[in-house]
Design a protein around this ligand. Structure first.
Ligand SMILES: O=C(O)CCC(=O)C(=O)O
Length: 292
């Protein structure tokens, strides 16, 4: 019999399955964190602040509004040496591989990211999203034969402390399994029924969360800067980002042009982040056409 590849404790499995997230404490050493923070400082001029006007992540919520947008930076895996080094290490850190083999299955992959989420005091929050209902084909959470299959899982490395009341990542523990629609007061946090929870984390901790658990961001209230680096993983057969090869022409070549739009519609690649580029089909049982 082969050696089991899973190294996650039963307690961790219980916690993740019950709550939809898990924090592994002290996964990054002081030296690792110093390398990451220095690399980010070096690229500070590339950090972009999101607008709080059009495209605001608070989506009009009074509870989530702020004076400025969150700050973002990406591209770490392609940075020149030595800056990319710690981010490439984190991509397959043993703390990640052991948990993702358990929670998402062997062959998991990076779907998109890493993305630095940074915030200064007063930054707006992000309306809560994700839930067991409505069902998501790309990130659904399922269990069978005693095994968890979490198709979309985010790994968020903390590079600065997050104290109680600071804001930042927040979630509704257990909501990855709910079969009821999420009340609007939960999404906006204007009437959260005491269910929205902001975990305390220290620099060096790593947070795993099921994308189907309702989660988002509370406004940042701390004097210190928030720095959290998110890697979005998916299990082998799930896709969120559509990648470079999405259209039928990109996937199969120019002969696709000879097909009808309806035939082309089923040749698009997987992924849900397609920006409304995916035609879908409908049929009355006699004919097939592109849905309006
Ligand atoms: O860490 C956060 O602020 C929340 C991130 C988030 O909502 C997401 O990754 O979908």
């Amino acid at each position: 019999m082969s050696n089991p590849l899973y190294t996650v404790s039963d307690e961790e499995k219980y916690f993740f399955d019950l709550r939809g997230y898990l924090i592994v404490r002290g996964a990054l050493s002081e030296a690792d964190m110093a390398e990451c923070n220095a690399a980010i400082d070096h690229h500070a001029d590339q950090i972009k602040m999101r607008s709080i006007g059009e495209g605001s992540l608070a989506r009009g919520s009074k509870a989530l509004k702020g004076e400025e947008g969150r700050r973002e930076l990406t591209g770490m895996l392609g940075w020149p040496e030595p800056y990319r080094h710690p981010f490439r290490k984190m991509l397959i850190h043993p703390a990640v591989v052991s948990r993702l083999n358990e929670f998402s299955g062997k062959g998991f992959r990076l779907d998109h990211g890493p993305l630095l989420i940074s915030a200064q005091k007063g930054a707006e929050g992000h309306s809560l999203h994700g839930a067991g209902e409505p069902f998501s084909q790309s990130v659904w959470y399922h269990q069978q034969n005693g095994k968890i299959f979490c198709r979309g899982i985010t790994v968020a490395w903390q590079l600065t402390d997050v104290n109680p009341g600071d804001g930042g990542f927040a979630c509704v523990p257990g909501s990855h399994k709910t079969a009821e629609p999420t009340p609007s007061g939960i999404r906006s946090v204007e009437d959260d029924m005491g269910l929205v929870y902001q975990p305390e984390m220290k620099a060096g901790d790593v947070l795993f969360f099921a994308e189907t658990m309702t989660h988002g961001t509370l406004p940042w209230t701390s004097d210190g800067e928030r720095r959290s680096v998110l890697y979005k993983y998916a299990s082998r057969a799930a896709a969120r980002a559509v990648g470079k090869h999405f259209t039928p022409q990109e996937r199969y070549g120019e002969w696709v042009d000879q097909l009808t739009p309806e035939q082309q519609a089923v040749l698009y690649g997987p992924g849900v982040h397609h920006g409304n580029r995916l035609p879908t089909l409908e049929s009355d049982g006699q004919t097939v056409k592109i849905a309006e």
